[in-house]
Design a binder for this molecule. Structure first.
Ligand SMILES: *[C@@H]1O[C@H](CO)[C@@H](O)[C@H](O)[C@H]1NC(C)=O
Ligand SMILES: *[C@@H]1O[C@H](CO)[C@@H](O)[C@H](O)[C@H]1NC(C)=O
Ligand SMILES: *[C@@H]1O[C@H](CO)[C@@H](O)[C@H](O)[C@H]1NC(C)=O
Length: 610
């Protein structure tokens, strides 16, 4: 390895995780931050760390003397100091470049710049901190109006949502935003349906790669949860949306900014499928923490590789799904029951209790990795740690996340926690499991006795696979059919088992509307009056079997939903060794049953065997 020394401005959690990646490649790291035990300094022991502010010109110059490459974990650094370093130390490379940091620091300039290179943005304009100017902006952009401080605004600090134009509201807004001491701008309120983020990495050679799009859920303007990869939840959404979000993010970084490294691109998804850029951070980002456990190379690995001119690592997600929960301090008595009416020390004690509890739950949850940042003082909104959970499917990850989320809402004693877990949109209600991997559907409740064995065998032999059972009639509820089929993939369904009798259009119609594999069960519906019975199920069998070219449906024997379930498990077990083992276990038990029968037959003789 090249012995290049990396200097980081800022020693918080991002610096800490960057330092952890650096340690794997034995890259020397020097951190500039206040104190000797900033989170990043704790994990790379070095006598050369610098005690001082990352906004201090002298300290930045001192750091530059000791390193080959300078990077930042926070964009609120002294850009002039970096520009001076650029001139005085031509051999020190700075990533992201000072010009990029300057552009990004001022959110209004950032937006103007992004807009000038053709990135999709909502309407915005500069505004003075006066009632007249704000009223004028609200006339042009409408209410509610998002007022933002141009600089030093992050995690909700420096954002104010103005809902009314009465003088009191405006006065409160102006006061909140620094009473004119800071420059402001206004954004049209974007009625987004979801927030997305994409981590983008650019190498020294200008190659640009992106991580999968993820869904981010904010509370009080601070990232609360991340679900990866991003899933469509609405049937009207274009299946190419995640790919489009990744392209928008790559293009924005490629066209708008100079310098190597990782960029976090936050975006809004609108009702009509439009994607707008919210803002871009020129560094690893909270919404990319999940990449440590879930991707082939993490955002931290890739940030280092990029700024050191090493080959970039693969950004592919290597697990079925992942979730990330931020652990935030809450200790100002606002949202923590325990800390009401108590001194700061006992309220941060309440925080410690919560952090302890969450960590313990995570430690006994398969696929969960707790990260604690080693921050001494907890306070409201402060990022104290995070927990990443990986699993084979969305369903598994959400199930594993559930105890953490309920612990959190229990602790907070409010209802916000429940909303935080991203409730299913109304059109998805009415299914028996919110995040199934296998979906068992049938045209009529009279088919239930035939489909029941599928549910039973899954419950008995494959309890780790969540499934749902529901009714969908191709002829009587065609819209429900379309809705179901088009949302199936987005809900994490991997195989659909569809049982139908008579004309049996259900499996084929579902297969024509989704890319998810469909296993059809021909149902002998002779017992059902008026449904074309009497043909012994052969009618349904031919109907399901004889699908036109291009739309295959796997067809099992008449009434054999058991085999449909076993085939479904085999389909989802592809690439999942654990399920293959479970299937072989099942086969072994089948074999044992026959062996037992052989024994019995031997003992009692074939004539007496019954
Ligand atoms: C910069 O690098 C060049 C060649 O790599 C070297 O000759 C020169 O001395 C370096 N300058 C400083 C100020 O370190
Ligand atoms: C299929 O199942 C139904 C309902 O249990 C039954 O009435 C019918 O006889 C079965 N047909 C075959 C061929 O197994
Ligand atoms: C499954 O198929 C076999 C062979 O065709 C048949 O004998 C059996 O009755 C079927 N099982 C069910 C539950 O219908």
């Amino acid at each position: 390895m090249s012995p290049k020394v990396v200097g980081i401005l800022g020693g918080g959690q991002l610096g800490r995780m960057l330092a952890a990646s650096a340690s794997l490649l034995n890259i020397p790291v020097v951190v500039l931050d206040v104190g000797v035990d900033a989170p990043a300094k704790q994990i790379i022991a070095s006598s050369s760390h610098i005690d001082g502010s990352f906004r201090d010109k002298k300290k930045i110059a001192e750091l530059a003397k000791r390193v080959d490459v300078l990077t930042v974990e926070i964009e609120h650094v002294d850009v002039e100091a970096l520009e001076t370093v650029q001139e005085s130390h031509p051999n020190v490379s700075i990533h992201p470049s000072p010009s990029t940091i300057r552009l990004i620091q001022d959110k209004f300039s950032q937006k103007e710049h992004l807009s000038s290179v053709g990135c999709p943005l909502g309407p915005f304009q500069a505004v003075d901190a006066t009632p007249e100017a704000i009223t004028q902006a609200a006339k042009e952009l409408g209410l509610p109006l998002m007022l933002k401080s141009r600089t030093m605004a992050y995690d909700g600090r420096g954002n104010y949502l103005l809902r009314s134009l009465d003088s009191e509201s405006i006065a409160t807004a102006i006061k909140f935003l620094g009473s004119g001491s800071r420059k402001l701008y206004a954004e049209k309120w974007v009625p987004f349906v979801k927030e997305l983020a994409v981590m983008v990495v650019r190498g020294l050679d200008e190659t640009v790669a992106s991580y999968p799009a993820v869904e981010t859920i904010h509370r009080d303007n601070i990232c609360h949860l991340v679900w990866a990869p991003f899933r469509l939840s609405d049937i009207d959404q274009d299946p190419a949306l995640p790919t489009k979000a990744e392209r928008v993010a790559r293009e924005a970084v490629g066209k708008a900014f100079k310098g190597a490294g990782v960029f976090g691109v936050e975006m809004f998804l609108l009702n009509n499928g439009e994607i707008l850029i919210n803002e871009i951070a020129p560094r690893p980002h909270n919404s990319g923490h999940y990449t440590i456990e879930a991707c082939e190379s993490s955002q931290y690995d890739n940030h280092l590789r990029a700024i050191l001119g090493l080959p970039l690592g693969s950004t592919r997600i290597k697990v079925g799904a992942a979730g990330m929960l931020n652990i935030l301090g809450s200790s100002d008595g606002q949202s923590s029951k325990i800390s009401e009416s108590s001194s700061p020390s006992s309220s941060s004690f309440a925080d410690d209790l919560l952090i302890d509890k969450l960590t313990h739950i995570a430690l006994s949850t398969p696929g969960a990795s707790p990260h604690l940042y080693g921050k001494a003082q907890s306070r409201k909104g402060r990022k104290m740690g995070h927990i990443t959970i990986v699993g084979t499917s969305d369903a598994e990850v959400r199930e594993r996340m559930a105890p953490l989320l309920s612990c959190l809402s229990e602790f907070e004693g409010d209802v916000q926690g429940d909303q935080a877990s991203s409730p299913d949109p109304p059109h998805l209600l009415g299914y028996s499991h919110p995040h199934p991997v296998i979906s068992i559907i049938m045209g009529s409740d009279s088919d239930l006795p035939v489909l029941l064995p599928a549910a039973q065998i899954l419950t008995k032999h494959f309890p780790s696979i969540p499934f749902e059972v529901t009714l969908i009639s191709a002829h009587r509820t065609p819209l429900r059919l379309v809705n179901f089929a088009k949302s199936a993939a987005g809900r994490g369904v991997k195989v659909i088992i569809a049982g139908a009798g008579g004309a049996a259009h259900l499996p084929g119609m579902v297969a024509s509307l989704t890319g998810v594999p469909v296993v059809g069960v021909p149902v002998d519906s002779k017992s059902v009056s008026g449904s074309g019975g009497g043909l012994g199920g052969v009618d349904a069998m031919w109907s399901i079997l004889q699908m036109p070219r291009g739309i295959p449906v796997a067809t099992v024997a008449i009434n054999n939903s058991t085999n449909a379930a076993l085939l479904a498990v085999r389909i989802i077990s592809a690439g999942k060794p654990q399920l293959v083992i479970q299937m072989e276990e099942y086969l072994r038990r089948l074999g044992e049953e026959v062996e037992t029968k052989v024994d019995v037959m031997n003992r009692v003789g074939w004539a007496g065997y019954k």
